[in-house]
Design a protein. Structure first.
Length: 95
């Protein structure tokens, strides 16, 4: 299993746009064969513009295919326009 944990800081007042994009991406990604789970997170009790993606994939091949899908490419392009800095992405594997 492969897990992805990605952090992004959204431009103030763009949080709703981000959440709309992120939830649509999550819904489409959950339909992919290799996807185990796909969640959008925010720290509890925090009124913040920092969000996290937590994804689980069956294997690296499944993640690689996901990153080539139209819904992923288009969403990341749109998200990159409303975040500050870059996505902070960490990829993990079961040991």
């Amino acid at each position: 299993m492969i897990a992805v944990f990605a952090k992004c800081t959204v431009v103030k007042d763009q949080e709703n746009e981000f959440l709309d994009l992120a939830h649509k991406l999550a819904e489409k990604s959950r339909g992919e064969n290799a996807n185990i789970s796909y969640d959008i997170l925010k720290e509890t009790g925090q009124d913040s513009n920092v969000f996290y993606f937590l994804e689980k994939w069956q294997d690296q091949k499944g993640l690689d295919l996901h990153m080539q899908t139209e819904h992923f490419v288009q969403t990341i392009d749109a998200v990159n326009r409303i975040i500050t800095g870059e996505l902070e992405i960490h990829v993990f594997e079961n040991v």
